[in-house]
Each structure stands twice: as structure tokens, then as C-alpha cells.
Write a protein that binds this ligand. Sequence first.
Ligand code: HAM
Length: 413
Amino acid sequence: MSITAIRGFNDILPGDSEIWRHIEKEAHGIFSSYGFSEIKTPIAEKTELFKRSIGETTDIVEKEMYTFADRHGDLITLRPEGTASVVRAYIEHKLYTTPVNKLYYFGPMFRYERPQKGRYRQFYQIGAEVLGDASPRADAEALAMLMSFFERIEVKGAELQINSLGCLECRAVYKERLKEYLSGVASRLCENCLRRMEANPLRALDCKSPGCIEATERAPSILDSLCGACKDHFEKVKYYLRLSGIEPKINPRMVRGLDYYTKTTFEITSTGLGSQNAVAAGGRYDRLVSELGGPETPCFGFAIGIERVALILKEGGGYKKPLTVFIALGDKAEERSIQLLKGWRERGIRVVEDFSTGALKNRMKRADRMGARYTVILGEDELNSGVVAIKDMKTSAQVKLPFDLAADRVSIE
Ligand code: HAM
């Protein structure tokens, strides 16, 4: 029996890896234009870090973490998300001596969830965190950056849903109101939500069990419990979003699966993913840094699910760089191809030269099996007239074009 990969852990193969690189490259470009710098943190941390930041009564901490004792007996956890690590590093390296830190990261995260389309046990996130900025403009700017990213890579139908979870004071008021409501519908709640009702009643709004969804349909809205300052913050975030041309959808039930949020929370969903339709999510977390032992530091951040974005791009055919196979016939053409293809590659064209020998017909078949979108032939006649023959492998149409124009032609999908 051959050995397979661990369930929920994926290989990213050629075909997909180009899409991944494209996503990553665009993210680096856009994030850097907003002044973000990359941070790389370890993929494992002390278990305590995630328990304290994500929250003891969340699904992630209760049942999804990859936790084990190392050889010394210390408990360590493969990171289920990136924010806790960034905050730990921010405190450990005293990054707070700079007024605002804009940091982003790319890497694998681990959650022991039931795998399905768009949901895996090892998955990649690109995340960004703004540490040290309390302004609602910081929320709106980060969201606008994220929406431009989705626009740039052509993720169609991205919808922004936002909510506010208030601050400690107004959330405490809301929790009481919600608890009162939940005790009235307690018989319809699942065991998990009943158990968490005292410590963390908000979890019931996030529960996927049909009974809880139905029972909480008429639950009071958190937006009606916000204090003046939180209401004002929320109104301003919406106002600045509209100035950026973004109309958010208000979703007062969105409480998110992590406990560190205060004020703004959000999710961006996209069509075509089935039930796992959130492509990015995040929000404000004004208390996490101080709770983990750092100075009071208001923060806002988000993470994008790369597998989900890659699925959308692949299914929509939204990103493809066509492959050209180049066939030179004869010594002179072979020699000319070296300089010619150097120029094409400098222009970003994806071209593989076929070094095989044999009948042209067989070499054309070989190009087809390599997945060529175009096959370009340079024979002696073409060389003498400064042209190449291009065969469109989809339509079988053939044209002869001068070298420069040929490069433009094979750039088109
Ligand atoms: P999250 O909502 O848990 O937030 O994850 C963010 C995104 O990661 C999701 O919207 C989804 O696209 C992707 N994702 C999550 N779990 C999986 C999975 N099992 N398989 C595939 N993709 C998945 C966070 O992780 C927060 N740290 C975001 C944040 C940053 N908040 C503030 N700063």
C-alpha cells in the first residue's frame, strides 16, 4: 500500500501553484502600497497563547487545535490562525515603540475540522494586522484595501458583511439580554450552546445546528445595545466605506468564531463556494494586546483563505497565463531561438522550448500533451523572413507574424 497525504492536507500541484503565486504576488503588491511590511512567525506556539487569545469556549480551542507535547513534555500547538502569533511577536519585540505597525503574513494554518470543499485541516491564509490605530478610518481603509485586492485578482461577487460587537461595557449589557432570550428558547438549543450559555452566549448566534439557527432567529440585535462611542465608531466605518465606493451589508448575527473581537467585525463572502463561502474575515481587537501583557493597543486585521480564493479563480477561469511551446527546426533556427526566447521571457511570456527531435507532427502532439495553448514554429523559411508560425491549439488556426507581434499574440489567453 502506498502512503498518502494526511486527510485534509493538500498538495498544491502545477496548474494550481501558478494561481497561488499570482494571488500571493498581487497581495504583496497591494499590501505594500498601503505601507504594510511582511512578518514571518513560527508555525507552532505555546498552546497557552491560543487559549488566551482565541478564547477557551470557542470551537477552535475546544476541538480543533493540533496540540501535542514535545519531547520535553511542553504543550505546543500548530497555529490555527495568525493574529495571536503576530500580537505575541509585537509584544515580545516591543514593536509598539513605533506609533503604528502595519504587518502582513502568508502561511499555513491548522484546524482539525471536517474536510469538505473549501475547508481543510491545513489551509493557507494571507493576513494583515494594523496595530496601534483606533480610528474608524483604519477599519475602513483596511477593508477598502481588501476589496481592491479581490477586484484586482477578479474574484467576482465579493460581498462585504459587517457588524459591531461593541466594547466590554456594551457587550456585557447585550450578553445579559441575549442570555435572557436564550433561556426562553433553551429547549431548542443544542447541548454545546446550552453548556456555553453562561460563559459565552454569543456562540449560539454562530452555531450551525438547525435548532439553534431557528431558535435564535428572533434574538435581540447587538446593534441595539451599542454604547454611544461604539455606535459612533460603527457609523463612521460605514461612512468611510461608502466614500470608498463600498456598500456594506449589515449582519447583526455575525459574531465570528474567535473571542478577541471588539467593535467592527466582518466577513467577505463570494458565490460559487457552497457552504464555505467566506473568502476573508476579521475585525477590530482593541483588547488583545493588553490581555496578552502588552500596552493598551487598538488593532484591526483580517485574513484571506487562499484555497477558497484559488478555487474561485480556477472555476471562473479568471486567471491563466497561457503556455507556449516553441519548436525550432534546423541549426540556424535553434541558435536564433536562444536570444528570441530570452526577450519573450523578459516580457513575462511563459514559453517552453521543445528540444526533442523527430517528425514535426509528433512534436506538435507532444506540445499538445504538455498543455500548450500555442505552438510556435521557427523553420528556415520563417527565419529568413523574420516571422514565426503560430498555431492556436484550441482552434487549430495558424498565422504567421513578425517576432514582436508574435510575442503579443501568445500573451492572450
Ligand atoms: P477566520 O475567520 O477564522 O479568521 O479565518 C479567516 C479565513 O480563513 C476564512 O474566512 C476562510 O477564508 C479561511 N479559513 C478558515 N478556516 C479554514 C479552513 N479550515 N479551510 C480553509 N480555509 C479556512 C481568522 O483566522 C482571524 N485570525 C482573522 C483576523 C486577523 N482577525 C483579525 N486579524
